[in-house]
Design a protein around this ligand. Structure first.
Ligand code: C2E
Ligand code: MG
Ligand code: MG
Ligand code: MG
Length: 289
């Protein structure tokens, strides 16, 4: 009987895997079409300079409006795009889109675009970026690439060469989700980052009594500033979190306390009102995680 139950469980498990695999294949096919059909969009979340309380730029975040399922999170479809070999094409589309939008925006506004490690490993990346920037006619330093520590996992000569080539193009580089991966200080020593983005996991709960997160945020900020790099605190949702990351020296802030990611039209409209922005939100976290 135990054996039967075991077999039953195995059967169920394999059926579920089968369904999951089929859903993934379908998603893959639909994603292939999405690039051309216009159902992929970039939304733009303001990044705010802590000392001036002005918008210094935006982070471009992919959105997929699926014909049947509605909005699908990039947490779900970016891994599918990576597996299907579609992320290089999608990433190129995102950079072209962001550069075209930058060309319309004021010259002191930047835009950051997330770059997948697979895209980073593509030898054509620096050339593609140089051509896109030239075509849009924008200052290269207005484009910032957000890279995660996982690019250092295939630690070959290619990684160093790509960093050097991107610096020659003149774009800015940001280390995204800092603190969640290996966070080796060697990355900060050797790679030419202009900014460190402190993962929202450190901001969340930082205002709770006894939390060590504040000390970590302070240490990362002071290390970054000693190295001449900016810091953005990600995912700031409450006025208390805002006060805390300010106190701990983060030069930039991004989070719902200032703004959710905006559609292109909303971002244009926001910029039409000027760069000054103010925090609006609850004082305390509703949901201390
Ligand atoms: P990320 O680069 O760390 O982006 C920050 C995420 O935090 C975004 O989620 C943003 O909407 C969310 N966020 C911002 N402020 C707050 C806040 O106050 N509270 C909370 N709870 N969340 C906040 P999103 O847009 O769902 O993107 C998730 C991830 O998907 C990104 O994390 C990035 O890793 C990836 N991604 C998004 N767009 C792209 C893209 O164009 N290319 C690649 N390769 N990855 C992308
Ligand atoms: Mg990012
Ligand atoms: Mg991040
Ligand atoms: Mg993230």
């Amino acid at each position: 009987a135990a054996k039967d139950a075991g077999r039953g469980r195995y059967r169920l498990f394999s059926d579920e895997l089968h369904v999951a695999a089929r859903e993934r294949n379908q998603l893959e096919e639909e994603l292939r079409l999405a690039i051309d059909s216009g159902s992929l969009q970039l939304h733009y979340q303001p990044v705010v300079n802590t000392s001036t309380e002005q918008i210094s730029g935006f982070e471009a975040l992919l959105r997929w409006n699926h014909p049947k399922h509605g909005w699908i999170s990039p947490e779900k479809f970016v891994p599918v795009a990576e597996d299907a070999g579609l992320i290089v094409a999608i990433g190129e589309w995102a950079i072209q889109q962001a550069c075209a939008d930058l060309a319309r925006w004021p010259a002191d506004v930047r835009c950051a675009v997330n770059v997948s490690p697979l895209q980073f490993a593509d030898a054509g990346l620096p050339g593609m970026i140089a051509r896109t920037i030239a075509k849009a006619g924008i200052e290269p330093s207005r484009l910032e690439l957000e890279i995660t520590e996982s690019v250092f996992l295939n630690d070959d000569a290619g990684t160093d060469a790509t960093f050097a080539a991107l610096k020659r193009v003149g774009v800015r580089l940001a280390l995204d989700d800092f603190g969640t991966g290996y966070s080796s200080l060697g990355y900060l020593k050797n790679a030419p980052f202009d900014k460190i983005k402190i993962d929202q996991g450190f901001v969340r709960g930082a205002t709770m009594p006894g939390s060590r997160n504040g000390a970590i945020i302070a240490a990362i900020s002071s290390l970054a500033s000693a190295l001449g790099m900016d810091t953005t605190a990600e995912g700031v949702e409450t006025l208390d979190e805002l006060e805390l990351v300010r106190l701990h020296g983060c030069s930039h802030i991004q989070g719902y306390i200032y703004s959710r990611p905006l559609s292109t039209e909303e971002a244009d409209e926001r910029l039409g009102q000027g760069l000054a922005i103010s925090a609006t939100g609850p004082r305390l976290s509703r949901d201390p995680r």
